[in-house]
Design a protein around this ligand. Structure first.
Ligand code: ADP
Length: 497
C-alpha cells in the first residue's frame, strides 16, 4: 500500500461526492429567433442563415447570418466611412470614454453574458462568470487607459491608427477574444469588422447591444457572422488594412499566404502544445491543482493549455497517483450548473477530432486513464483523460488536441526538461513548478514559449502581453505591446536608452 492510500483511509473525505443540482437561471438572457449582421450601427438582414445550438443539449438557440462576400464588403465600407469621417479624428480622450463605458456596461450585464457564453459555447458557468467576463471588462478598462497616452507609450514615434481592422476569432473564449481584439484596436483609433466563430456567435451579437447602449458612433465596430468562408472574404477584402486572427495553425498559414505581398498588417495567435514542468522540489498538491487547471480548464479548449505534463522521474509515481485521485472529484456535466468543473465539448467536429487523437494514443501504445463519470446522453461530451507511457513521437505528444486530454512524460535533469519542452513545432506557453527562483529564471531563459508561468498556470492579465513563437504565431496581444499592431509610425525611431 502506498503512503497516499494509507492516508486516504484515514481522511474523513466521503467516498462519493454528491452535489444537488445548482443551475444558474437562463431567464436573464433573452434571445431573438433570428439575428442579422451588425453593420453601420444597424442590423442588416442576412441573405443566408444557419442555426446555432447549445453543445450541451444540441438544442437550437437562434438563426444567425452566414455573411456573403457582399455582406462582408458592406461591413468593411461602413468601417471605412466611420474611420474617415469621424472616429480617427476625435480627441483620444473621447475615444477612451467610449471604452470605459463599454467596460462598465459589460460589468453591469456580466451575468447575462456569462449565461449566454455557457449556453452557446458549453463552458462551465463558474468559468464564464469568474474568468471570461471579468477579464473581458478588464481589457476594455485597461485599453481605455491607454487611448490618450499613445504618445507616451511610443515616444517620438508619432503613432497613427492603421485604419480598418478585420478580426477573426475562435470559439473557445468568444467574448474574451472579442475584447482582446476590439479594445486595443479602438484605443489606437481604428475601426473594426469582427467575425466570431461559427459555433459561438451569440455573445458577439449581444455585444452589439452594448455598443448601442454605449452610443458608439455607427460603423466603428461591425460584426458579421458566418463560417470560414466569411472569414476568408474578410481576409481578401481590399478595404481592410490589418488582419488579426486567432485560431488553428492551418488556417493561420492560409491567411499568411493570402496576405503575402498585399502590404496588409497581420498578427496570428495560433495553436500550442504547452509543457507543464514539475520538478521534484515543487509543492506537489499545489502543482496537481495547477495541472488540473492547466488542462481541464475550459475542457482543454485553450491554445495555451498545459497539455504535455513533464514530471521529474523521482516524483512520477506520487504525482500520477495524486492526479488520478483528483480527477475522480471533477464534476462533468451541465455547463449552467454552478458546481460543474468540466462542461460540454464545443462542437461535434471538435469531439470527433478529440476522439480520433485519443484513439491514436491508444494505438501507438500509451496507457489511458479516465475517472468513472456519467456523461449526459445528449450533447457533446468527453471525460477528462490522462495518458501515461507516452513517447515524444506519439501524435498525442505532438499535435494539439484542444480537449481535456493530458499526456504525461518524464525527465531527469533540467536540460532534458528544456529539450523535451521545446521539442514541438509550437511555442505559446509553458509552466515551471519548483521552489527555486534561480531555476525558474534558468528555465524561462531557455523555454521557447511566449508566456512562461511559474508555480501557476493559465493566468491572464490585460497588462501582460500574450503570443507565440514558431507555429504558435506572431505578434502580441495585451499590454502596451498589444497596441503596436494597430498602429503605424512615421518611421522615426524611439529616442534615448
Ligand atoms: P478552430 O476551429 O480549430 O479554433 P479555425 O482556425 O478553424 O480554428 O477557426 C478560427 C476562426 O477562423 C473561426 O472564426 C473560423 O470561422 C475562421 N476561419 C476558418 N477558416 C478560415 C479561412 N479560410 N479564412 C479566414 N477565417 C477562417
Amino acid at each position: 500500500m502506498t503512503e497516499l492510500e494509507r492516508k486516504q483511509d484515514r481522511t474523513p473525505v466521503p467516498k462519493e461526492w454528491a452535489y444537488a443540482p445548482a443551475p444558474e437561471s437562463r431567464d436573464v438572457v433573452t434571445l431573438d429567433d433570428r439575428y442579422g449582421h451588425y453593420v453601420g450601427g444597424k442590423w442588416l438582414e442576412p441573405s443566408e442563415t444557419y442555426t446555432t445550438i447549445s453543445p450541451a443539449t444540441e438544442e437550437p438557440l437562434a438563426e444567425v447570418g452566414q455573411a456573403t462576400p457582399e455582406e462582408v464588403e458592406a461591413a468593411v465600407s461602413a468601417a471605412r466611412d466611420a474611420f474617415e469621417n469621424g472616429w480617427s479624428g476625435i480627441p483620444a480622450a473621447e475615444r477612451a470614454k467610449y471604452l470605459f463605458r463599454i467596460a462598465r456596461i459589460l460589468q453591469e450585464r456580466a451575468r447575462e453574458f456569462a449565461v449566454l457564453e455557457s449556453l452557446n459555447g458549453g463552458k462551465p458557468i463558474k468559468e464564464s462568470r469568474d474568468v471570461d467576463l471579468p477579464l473581458a471588462a478588464a481589457h476594455f478598462f485597461y485599453y481605455a487607459g491607454w487611448a490618450d497616452k499613445l504618445e507616451y507609450a511610443f515616444p517620438n514615434r508619432r503613432p497613427q491608427p492603421v485604419g480598418v481592422a478585420g478580426q477573426i476569432i475562435p470559439w473557445n473564449f468568444p467574448l474574451l477574444m472579442l475584447s482582446w481584439k476590439i479594445a486595443p484596436a479602438l484605443a489606437a483609433g481604428n475601426t473594426v469588422v469582427l467575425k466570431p466563430a461559427e459555433t459561438t456567435p451569440l455573445s458577439a451579437l449581444l455585444f452589439a447591444d452594448v455598443l448601442r447602449q454605449a452610443e458608439l458612433p455607427p460603423g466603428v465596430v461591425n460584426i458579421v457572422t458566418g463560417d470560414g468562408r466569411t472569414g476568408a472574404a474578410l481576409v481578401k477584402s481590399e478595404g481592410v488594412d490589418k488582419i488579426a486572427f486567432t485560431g488553428s495553425t492551418d488556417v493561420g498559414k492560409a491567411i499568411q499566404r493570402e496576405l503575402a505581398g498585399t502590404g496588409k498588417k497581420l498578427t496570428l495567435e495560433l495553436g500550442g502544445k504547452a509543457a507543464n514542468i514539475i520538478f521534484d522540489d515543487a509543492a506537489l498538491d499545489q502543482a496537481v491543482e495547477g495541472i488540473i487547471n492547466g488542462i481541464y480548464f475550459n475542457q482543454g479548449h485553450v491554445c495555451c493549455a498545459g497539455s504535455r505534463l513533464l514530471v521529474q522521474e523521482s516524483i512520477y509515481e506520487p504525482v500520477v497517483e495524486k492526479l488520478k485521485r483528483r480527477l475522480t472529484t471533477l464534476r462533468v456535466g451541465d455547463p449552467l450548473d454552478k458546481n460543474t468543473d468540466v462542461g460540454a465539448i464545443n462542437s461535434k467536429e471538435q469531439l470527433e477530432r478529440i476522439r480520433e487523437l485519443v484513439e491514436s494514443g491508444e494505438q501507438e501504445g500509451a496507457e489511458i486513464y479516465q475517472p468513472p463519470c456519467r456523461l449526459p446522453e445528449k450533447g457533446y461530451w468527453f471525460a477528462p483523460t490522462v495518458f501515461t507511457n507516452v513517447a515524444q513521437s506519439y501524435r498525442i505528444a505532438q499535435e494539439e488536441i484542444f480537449g481535456p486530454v493530458l499526456s504525461i512524460l518524464t525527465f531527469r535533469t533540467p536540460e532534458e526538461a528544456v529539450e523535451k519542452a521545446n521539442n514541438t513545432p509550437y511555442g505559446l506557453s509553458a509552466g515551471v513548478w519548483t521552489e527555486k527562483g534561480s531555476r525558474i529564471l534558468w528555465m524561462a531563459e531557455r523555454l521557447r514559449a511566449g508566456v512562461v508561468w511559474a508555480n501557476t498556470f493559465n493566468r491572464f492579465d490585460p497588462s501582460s502581453p500574450f503570443g507565440g513563437y514558431k507555429e504558435s504565431g506572431f505578434g502580441r496581444e495585451g499590454g502596451r505591446h498589444g497596441l503596436e499592431p494597430y498602429m503605424q509610425f512615421d518611421g522615426s525611431q524611439p529616442s534615448g536608452g
